[in-house]
Structures are given as structure tokens and as C-alpha cells.
Design a protein around this ligand. Structure first.
Ligand SMILES: NCc1[nH]cc(CCC(=O)O)c1CC(=O)O
Length: 317
């Protein structure tokens, strides 16, 4: 089987960011494999549905399902995703094979007029469709109007430039990858706006039978994995999984390696009810040496969130 492979095929969405990410993986893999590596661009339902908040139409899976269908059919061997968009539990038959070294995981403040959140006048309009960003913005600035903002990065920036918003919040990683870093007015430190689980990291998904069917590809991907990033995102994703794992949840989870070698995981769970804004925080640290320990840290933080009022917020969702 391996010998008959003409080329390795990467399934990818066709947004500029997705294509950049797939091309990045193509280049990394190309230097480790004998056969050529090609891209197969596809449109997902998440790309088509632009008029509604994603959390209302089915969530994260919308960006990955078509790519998984291509893997299933054998049209592609691997799929490259923004890990943030990958559901906590992959469908049976698929595995997360690799996580690349994480890019800047923070959120960026983009605004033509205002340097940061504090500089916004009362009643100003901030664009985001992320419940996580909304609940954290609202906790600090209940006076703002937060309006939905969807579409790929270029679309979102265009809507800002057209004057529909005073400011928008985007992942710094996406802007940097597309050469748009100059649009960033300031970044939120990770404790001021806790990032989403997996933000800034690329994940590579394969069929679960890939280790046996394509050992060369599997080995090349394992070698691309950045172990500190792998452990951090597994801790983050475990928080989300423990709380139900849907993106209709205003949940933030971010793990950072400390100088002493410990992994510190911070999380926040909000409410989206305008009448009763709430935000509970949790934090824990541990020496994490393997995936199981990373996931145990995630579970402990999820437990803390529940005990500190998260249970009631989840019940209200
Ligand atoms: N939800 C869309 C999405 N998925 C991944 C990124 C950015 C890149 C990354 O986090 O790796 C973005 C855009 C954004 O949130 O601003």
C-alpha cells in the first residue's frame, strides 16, 4: 500500500488562512517524505453558513466534517485544522496525529481608532461572534454593545474597515500567519482575555488506521509534533470535554508552561444571558509529563469551574 502511494494528499478548507496552514504542513512534510505532498481544497458547511452564529447551527464540527469525509473516502490522507475548530472528541475512526508548535495563542485587538479595550468610549460597538470573547468582554465592559461578526479573516477586517464596528477581536495567530500583524493594535494578555482551547495551534487529523496503512506518513507526522504544545492543548481540550465540549459554551481554557517546568492551566466559563452576566475562573498547575497527566489537569480545572458556579451556568445554557 505504502509503495503504491503516488502522492500524499492534504484535505483543507479553502479560506486564505486554511490554505496557508495546509501549505505550511505541506512544506514541513515534504522535506520528510519521499513522495510529493499535495493539497485538496474543499468548502465546508461552516464556510457556507455565514449569516448565523456558529454555535447556533451545529458548532465546531461544521469546519471538519467534509474533510473527514475525504479521509474516509481515501481522497486525502490527512486533514489540517486550526485546533480551535476541532471538536473535543473526534468521530470514531479518526485520530489527532500531530500538533505543531503553537503560534501566538492570544487574542488581538483590532481597531482603527482605539488602542485597546480600556480606550473605548461607553456604548461603543465591538464585533465578535465568539461567546468566549463576548462573555469576557462583557465582564470587563458591561457598557459596550457586542455585535455578531462572522466570515473569514479578510471579511471580518473589511466589515471593520467599512465602519460597522469600533473594534473587533481576532486570534493573533491568524493575523500573523496571513501577514496582517500590522492590523493588531494591542494584544490581550492571556489572563485578561483567556484564549480558546487550542487557539494558535495546528492539528493534523488522520484515519485511525493510518499507523498500519501509512507508517511512513505516521512517523513523519509524529516527528512534527511539538511535545509542549501537544501537552498544553490536551490539558485545555480536557476542560472543554469535561464540560460537554460544545462551542455553544462561553468557555476559555489556556495552558502555559512556566519557567520551573510546570504547566499552569487557566479557564473561565461565562454566561451569555445579558440580564445576568457572570464569569467564573479556575486555575491549577502541575508537573505534566504525558497526555494522561495533561488531561488530569484539565479535569481538575473543569471540576473547579463547576464548584465555583459553573454548574449553574451550564444548567442555564
Ligand atoms: N474560529 C475561527 C478561527 N479558527 C482559528 C482561528 C485563528 C487561528 C488559530 O487560532 O489557530 C480563527 C479566527 C479567529 O478566531 O480570529
Amino acid at each position: 500500500m505504502e509503495a503504491s502511494t503516488q502522492a500524499w494528499v492534504i484535505a483543507t478548507r479553502e479560506s486564505r488562512l486554511a490554505l496557508w496552514q495546509a501549505e505550511h504542513v505541506r512544506a514541513l512534510l515534504g522535506s520528510r517524505l519521499v513522495e510529493p505532498v499535495e493539497l485538496l481544497g474543499m468548502t465546508t458547511r461552516g464556510d457556507q453558513i455565514l449569516d448565523r452564529t456558529l454555535s447556533k447551527v451545529g458548532g465546531k464540527g461544521l469546519f471538519v466534517k467534509e474533510l473527514e469525509t475525504a479521509l474516509e473516502a481515501g481522497d486525502a490522507h490527512l486533514a489540517v485544522h486550526s485546533l480551535k475548530d476541532v471538536p473535543m472528541d473526534l468521530p470514531a475512526g479518526f485520530v489527532l496525529a500531530a500538533v505543531l508548535e503553537r503560534e501566538d495563542p492570544r487574542d488581538a485587538w483590532v481597531s482603527p481608532r482605539y488602542a485597546d479595550l480600556a480606550a473605548l468610549p461607553a456604548g461603543a460597538v465591538v464585533g465578535t461572534s465568539s461567546l468566549r470573547r463576548l462573555s469576557q468582554l462583557r465582564a470587563r465592559r458591561p457598557d459596550l454593545r457586542i455585535e455578531p461578526l462572522r466570515g473569514n479573516l479578510d471579511t471580518r477586517l473589511r466589515k471593520l474597515d467599512e465602519g460597522q464596528y469600533d473594534a473587533i477581536v481576532l486570534a493573533a495567530a491568524g493575523l500573523k500567519r496571513l501577514g496582517l500583524a500590522e492590523r493588531i493594535r494591542s494584544v490581550f494578555e492571556a489572563d485578561a482575555m483567556i484564549p480558546a482551547a487550542g487557539q494558535g495551534a495546528l492539528g493534523i487529523e488522520l484515519r485511525a488506521d493510518a499507523p498500519e496503512r501509512h507508517p511512513a506518513l505516521w512517523a513523519a507526522l509524529r516527528a512534527l509534533t511539538h511535545e509542549p504544545s501537544w501537552l498544553a492543548v490536551h490539558a485545555e481540550r480536557a476542560v472543554s470535554r469535561a464540560l460537554g465540549g460544545s462551542c455553544s459554551m462561553p468557555l476559555a481554557a489556556h495552558a502555559q508552561w512556566q519557567a520551573d517546568g510546570r504547566l499552569v492551566l487557566r479557564a473561565a466559563l461565562g454566561s451569555v444571558a445579558e440580564a445576568a452576566p457572570a464569569l467564573v475562573h479556575a486555575e491549577a498547575g502541575a508537573a505534566v509529563a504525558d497526555t494522561a497527566a495533561a488531561e488530569a489537569l484539565g479535569l481538575a480545572v473543569a471540576q473547579q469551574l463547576r464548584q465555583r458556579g459553573g454548574d449553574a451556568l451550564l444548567a442555564a445554557l
